[in-house]
Design a protein around this ligand. Sequence first.
Ligand SMILES: [Zn+2]
Length: 329
Amino acid sequence: MTNQIYGCKLVLMRNEKEPKTLQEAIIYFAKPDNCLSYLVARRWHSEVVCPTCGRTGARFLANQRKWQCKSVHHHRQFSVKVGTIFEDSPIGLDKWLMAMWMIANCKNGISSYEVARDLGVTQKTAWFMLHRIRLALQDEDGGKLGGEVEVDETFIGGLSRNMHISKRRAKIMGTGGRDKVAVLGILKRRGKVRTSVIPDVTRQTLRGKVLENVSAGSQVFTDAWVAYTGLNAEYVHNVIDHARAYAIENVHTNGLENYWSLLKRGIKGTYVSVEPFHLFRYLDEQAFRFNNREGLDDCGRFDVALSQVIGKRLTWNKLTGKAGDTQIN
Ligand SMILES: [Zn+2]
């Protein structure tokens, strides 16, 4: 880092030890200059780049913590928040980074009520912050999964919770009530999980999702649900009939069963209720922690999350599906 980028003061701050634990993060990110240098170093690496025109060499305005682009075509000043999920937010980076640290690392997730208490913001603000962070946590790897892959679906929501799975499936095959949502999971054993909200559990829907996410020739493991029949055209399809046994040697969907219980514990315990409209964001959050569970400490997981904040926006209206100008503060 050069003086040209940060100004002398920030260069000195860079020498301060970066946090490894929650306790160190609280102390470290309490200083605005630390927040700025931490994010700048990860966003721009060696040179600050103007988000409007792509020029380098912007002048740092230390007292505003902003940069002035040297372009003669526009006279824009920009902060490190511009072009990220933090853009246009009046909430300071200190609060944003702590919320991000917590959500990246709390195993069962963290509710907007807890974030509101811990950071001293309103619950509504905390809720909006968490949803913006979840946008950053979305899996960016679009490639297909291969090898040994488990596929299973589950239902999340009210009335169907205590119903036998065959009855739930029969109900979902219809119009699909508002209170329950079908979710498909695809898990590469000893690897990544992908989950998505699906409109129904018909053969057409399930098959489409599997073809989209699993490379041909892979070993696919499912239960005996009739909608999975026909997968043996593209895959080595292994079926476990749960009416007979939960596992026969390596033929089972236990990896996903375990994942569903983790997911449901998080949703029931932490979030109390999740509207179907927002469910996919909770799915993204849980999948992020699961997929980054190995080989990373808390700081490493936080850095992965932070590396995904760029080029994404989530406005209040888009989040709530409402028109109008609701102000968040
Ligand atoms: Zn510029």
